[in-house]
Design a protein around this ligand. Structure first.
Ligand code: ADP
Ligand code: MG
Length: 607
């Protein structure tokens, strides 16, 4: 036990208290965007422009044409618990606005430098107010159109601990993109524009058509496939249930992703995170999707405000329902009925459902992994016949998405590799190791691909993909169809760490690549990705990403013919031992061949 020195109890200073409180509301740059956009919506804005620099670390600016803040209330708006949206305790039981706690502006101002320019409809001029860490530094009257512009600079400049824990700029950008596109879906009447580092990354036209916003968010191909949920009203249940309206769009079962992030829920116009309702959507797809894959859904749930408590957490993304089961049932039924109405029998061929061994999350599933298990059990002990090297498929041999090879799982007793001792390298391509039962030949390229693939997927699932900026940028010139293909997939590439910008007709500038590719030629790597995308017809979104990821890992992996030092080989073997599916490369080729002591004895005629 650490002995704490006795300290007298003291009330925290106002400064410290406000910084602590700010931490709950403003966790990261994305939270600032969320709060400011919510304020703009509450102010009745029809246009919301969001400018972000450096993933929000340098600047987050939200401009709206809403009702504005009256000049004599501007300072008040930045006080803690100052709100125009709530006056009585009774109102707290039926919130109609997105904000109500009066905390956001105070919290944001406490941990950044804020400049606000606002003009309310009744005021003749606008006012500009500047605050530094929550303290007013300047105020002046300025000409301004009706509405509010809030610029937040140097976020967390005075809270170094928070600054240190900020995730990568790419992660923050992704969260902001996701949030803004979601809000654009929930408010199709509002025109949104999102700019990252002076580049427009998303805009909606505000014409009220949800289809149009869906196209802007998901692209025409995906948007066309989405199924509209008929406005479902909950039928009468036992004790007069609340009227719950469910609307929105869900994807057909043929569209699926490796995680749940494409299921978005809004309750009375508020974006909420609710794992049980998310599950209600997933359950509606029961048996229609491959295991480990998740559907797309944008679900709007409407109910009387007194049916839902939004005052659960300062970030306001958690809610409590008075009749949770009724809401769950309504969502699940709405999604299921939409799916059934679309097509009672759906062909999900091309996907292997529920094999015992899913290779790893996010894998597009084009290999028949069930075949592995089938083969293993049919033949009982596979016991790894000694294969001449040539038969295992040479290094660099392109294996398409075709037949699944049989990985040497059986004789190794499960999926884990034994601890191995590195002996050396043959042909500058294979690592020889000794295990508890004989020796192994490891294909260094395939093994490294597997290692990089699992590391990449893990970083991606944790939202920690790192991208490597290129100091000067690298230009690439493409054929027109390739240029179109690239343009269509810029978003996918950006999500995986490629920052590529149009740079004249059919030319592009590569600004950043996934960190894995730091040592590779960026132009060649991008070319290879595009060529992969050209093969096969219009792949599904999930498959596009899988293709890009496979190519990135393949490019970054050590090649056959590369001499490795002992420490390099040892490091690789240790990392392979740590993999979830160490026996195959992400394309399904074996990473190693086992030659058991018994087989050696047999080959030498000892038994
Ligand atoms: P809340 O949204 O919970 O009321 P905030 O701290 O976010 O608290 O905002 C405080 C007040 O400032 C709001 O109640 C509103 O009156 C005013 N305000 C904030 N942003 C805007 C905006 N963009 N347009 C008009 N008024 C705003
Ligand atoms: Mg607010």
């Amino acid at each position: 036990m650490v002995q704490l020195e006795a300290m007298s109890i003291q009330v925290l200073s106002e400064q410290l208290a406000s910084q602590i409180a700010a931490g709950e509301v403003v966790e990261r740059p994305f939270s600032v965007v969320k709060e400011l956009v919510e304020n703009a919506i509450d102010a009745g804005a029809t246009t919301v422009n969001i400018d972000v620099r450096q993933g929000g670390r340098q600047l987050i600016q939200v401009a709206d044409d809403g009702i504005g803040i009256p000049a004599d209330e501007l300072e008040t708006a930045f006080l803690r618990h100052a709100t125009s949206k709530l006056q009585s305790v009774a109102e707290l039981n039926a919130i109609h606005t997105l904000g109500f706690r009066g905390e956001a502006l105070a919290a944001i101002a406490a941990v950044s430098r804020v400049t606000v320019v606002s003009r309310a409809a009744d005021d003749t001029a606008g006012t500009r107010l500047q605050l530094d860490g929550g303290h007013k530094t300047n105020r002046e009257t300025v000409g301004a159109p009706q509405g509010t512009v809030i610029a937040v600079e140097d976020l967390f400049y005075n809270t170094p601990a928070r600054l240190k824990f900020l995730k990568s700029i790419t992660t923050e950008k992704r969260l902001i993109d996701e949030f803004v596109t979601r809000f654009a879906l929930a408010y199709p009447d509002v025109r949104f524009r999102l700019v990252h580092d002076n580049r427009i990354t998303f805009q909606s036209n505000g014409n009220g058509s949800l289809r149009d916003v869906l196209t802007a968010v998901y692209g025409p191909d995906t948007a066309r496939q989405l199924l509209e949920i008929g406005d479902q009203k909950l039928e009468t249940d036992a004790q007069s249930p609340p009227p719950i309206a469910v609307s929105g769009f869900i994807g057909p079962p043929s569209l699926h992703w490796a995680n749940r992030s494409h299921i978005t829920l809004f309750v009375n116009g508020r974006w909420v995170k609710d794992s049980s309702l998310t599950y209600a959507v997933i359950q509606a797809y029961h048996t229609l999707l491959p295991t480990g894959r998740y559907p797309l859904g944008i679900i709007f749930i409407g109910m009387p405000p007194e049916e839902v408590d939004v005052n659960v957490h300062p970030a306001k993304t958690e809610v409590r329902f008075r009749h949770r089961n009724a809401v769950f049932g309504a969502v699940q039924r709405a999604a299921r009925q939409t799916l059934v109405a679309d097509s009672p029998i759906r062909n999900v061929s091309g996907w292997t459902v529920g094999g015992a061994e899913q290779p790893s999350p996010g894998w597009g599933g084009s290999l028949d992994f069930a075949a592995f298990t089938r083969r293993d059990s049919e033949q009982g002990q596979l016991d790894l016949d000694w294969q001449p090297l040539a038969a295992s498929g040479g290094i660099g041999a392109e294996h398409g998405d075709g037949a699944a090879p049989s990985p040497p799982t059986a004789a190794l007793g499960g999926d884990k590799l034994p601890i191995m001792r590195v002996i050396g390298q043959v042909g500058a391509s294979y690592i020889i190791t000794e295990g508890p039962d004989g020796l192994f030949l490891i294909d260094q390229h395939a093994a490294h691909e597997r290692i990089l693939y699992e590391q990449f997927m893990a970083a991606r699932d944790d939202g920690e993909l790192v991208s490597q900026g290129l100091v000067a940028g690298t230009a690439v010139h493409l054929s027109p169809p390739q240029a179109t293909l690239l343009t269509e997939n810029l978003e996918h590439l950006a999500g995986l760490g490629f920052q590529v910008e149009p740079f004249g007709p059919n030319a592009f500038m590569i600004r950043a690549v996934p960190a894995l590719l730091a040592k590779s030629d960026p132009a060649l790597a991008l070319q290879a990705v595009i060529e992969d995308l050209e093969r096969g017809d219009a792949p599904l979104q999930g498959k596009i990403e899988a293709k890009i990821i496979l190519r990135v890992c393949k490019t970054a992996a050590v090649k056959a013919g590369q001499t490795l030092s002992m420490p390099e080989m040892e490091a690789m073997v240790r990392q392979l031992e740590a993999c979830h599916s160490p026996h195959t490369c992400p394309h399904g080729r074996p990473t190693l061949i086992h030659l058991s002591v018994a087989q050696l004895a047999k080959e030498f005629g000892r038994i």
